[in-house]
Design a binder for this molecule. Structure first.
Ligand code: BG6
Ligand code: MG
Length: 219
């Protein structure tokens, strides 16, 4: 709990509102397999929440690749990812995620998306959730990606709410780091070894109890 009542909730998108974390992983795995780069699901955990470029650099490790190749590989992975969104519908929101957004609104809080993804707009459209949010900050909005606080600070600015009165919901280590660096309350979704450093932690979006986070009862 903070001293001042939070006035906004900023939601990460991939892995919180919808399980596109899996599709991002599949895109990287396909690229890695095609290029003979060592990669697997465990290695992918370190990529969660990172920008496209940071993800590729993390995947490459010590391997040096020139800029045109980097660009081409990012573009190819993005094509695989965007193709995988073709059949996405509102049913692909994670259980409890939309109820959580609505619960925040019922409690009088503003709601925003703070996603590192340049495809956030497309995903929100497919989920038919664009209009549900008061603001969207995405991979086009700032230079420095998570774990830098910039994206969440930008979301707070667009909501016109001081950072200290924002709650962030995140599934990634880098996202929790970014929220804490922004001086916000961090709600981690997922296992303790990933988001245990958050202010509050829940196993899934459906388990998140905003009443607990706000120190209040049901809305
Ligand atoms: C984040 C995902 O939301 O967006 C990362 O957690 C992804 O896995 C990042 O790399 C950037 O996404 P995009 O769509 O711009 O490549
Ligand atoms: Mg995420």
């Amino acid at each position: 709990m903070t001293d001042v009542r939070p006035r906004a909730v900023i939601f990460d998108l991939d892995g919180v509102i919808t399980d596109t974390a899996e599709q991002h992983y599949q895109g990287w795995q396909r690229l890695a397999d095609e290029e003979g780069l060592p990669f697997d699901r465990t290695a992918n955990e370190a990529l969660r929440g990172l920008s496209r470029r940071e993800s590729l650099l993390a995947l490459l490790g010590d391997r040096q690749v020139d800029e045109p190749t980097l660009e081409a590989w990012m573009e190819r992975k993005n094509r695989y990812y965007v193709d995988s969104l073709a059949g996405m519908t509102p049913d692909d929101a994670l259980p409890g995620a939309v109820d959580l957004v609505d619960d925040a609104k019922r409690r009088g809080l503003k709601v925003a998306i703070g996603s590192s993804s340049k495809n956030a707009g497309l995903v929100l459209e497919k989920l038919q959730l664009t209009d549900r949010f008061d603001a969207v900050a995405d991979g086009h909005s700032v230079e420095r990606a998570k774990p830098a606080p910039d994206l969440f600070l930008e979301a707070a600015r667009r909501l016109d709410v001081p950072p200290g009165q924002c709650v962030v919901v995140e599934d990634a280590t880098s996202g929790v780091d970014a929220a804490l660096a922004a001086g916000m309350v961090a709600v981690g979704v997922g296992p303790a070894d990933r988001v245990g450093h958050a202010t509050y932690r829940f196993d899934t979006p459906a388990d998140i109890d905003l009443g607990v986070v706000l120190g209040e009862g049901p809305a």
